[in-house]
Ligand binder design. Structure first.
Ligand SMILES: CC(C)(COP(=O)(O)OP(=O)(O)OC[C@H]1O[C@@H](n2cnc3c(N)ncnc32)[C@H](O)[C@@H]1OP(=O)(O)O)[C@@H](O)C(=O)NCCC(=O)NCCS
Length: 188
């Protein structure tokens, strides 16, 4: 994994560092990105995929993101514990000409062995800062209703808009609702 600067200036001694990956960094990290996403799906999180989704399947998903990262349409931030990728978040800039101020947050993932240590909050803060630095002032996302993500966004000052029942399936095939959140942030 190529090295780059920590995003959020983690204190000395902190074992997890946040980094922005370029497209070539991300290509080199595809196996680790795939392992993390497969772990998160296996843990039961509703993040677009169903059980049986392998690390190789997940690496293919990430490969499909590389061109968008290279074009600057998306920013990928990862949490590194040594050489292991233990968290991700993706900022997607709205491409519509009338929404130059908006971005979406997605693939907010923390490895199942690393949860409730503040890593999700750090990644989300880094994503908000990256969006702000790019001049985006309105952030939008959706998450499984009642999930850990739902709790995280509520705890981090996001505003809940409402819930769409039965929006998606959980990895084991049960219908689950999606809750929409937004957050207004200061632009750079
Ligand atoms: C959602 C997720 C990223 C949170 O990551 P995390 O590192 O565990 O989150 P943090 O430790 O930073 O939690 C920050 C706050 O969010 C809230 N929170 C996070 N997970 C929670 C949970 N399972 N239950 C209740 N509150 C929770 C709490 O307020 C927590 O603060 P506290 O620990 O001081 O009480 C992680 O659970 C995950 O990857 N889940 C599977 C993937 C997913 O659902 N992603 C969201 C898709 S939109």
């Amino acid at each position: 994994m190529p090295k780059s600067d920590d995003v959020d200036g983690a204190p000395p001694g902190d074992e997890v560092a946040l980094r922005v990956l370029s497209a070539s960094d991300a290509e080199a990290a595809l196996p680790g990105l795939g392992s993390l996403l497969a772990d998160v799906v296996a843990s039961g999180a509703s993040v677009n995929f169903m059980h049986g989704f392998s690390a190789a399947d997940a690496a293919r998903f990430w490969r499909g993101q590389l061109a968008l990262i290279a074009e600057g349409q998306r920013i990928l931030i990862v949490a590194m514990r040594g050489e292991d990728i233990v968290g991700t978040v993706v900022v997607t800039f709205a491409h519509q000409p009338n929404q130059p101020h908006r971005a979406d947050i997605g693939k907010m993932l923390v490895h199942s062995s690393m949860r409730r240590r503040g890593l999700g909050r750090r990644l989300l803060t880094a994503a908000e800062e990256a969006a702000s630095a790019a001049g985006r002032t309105l952030l939008v996302l959706d998450t499984e209703t009642g999930s850990a993500g739902h709790a995280l966004y509520a705890a981090c000052g996001w505003t809940e808009v409402g819930t769409i029942p039965g929006y998606a399936l959980t990895p084991d095939g049960r219908p689950s609702g999606a809750t929409i959140f937004y957050k207004e942030i200061a632009g750079a």
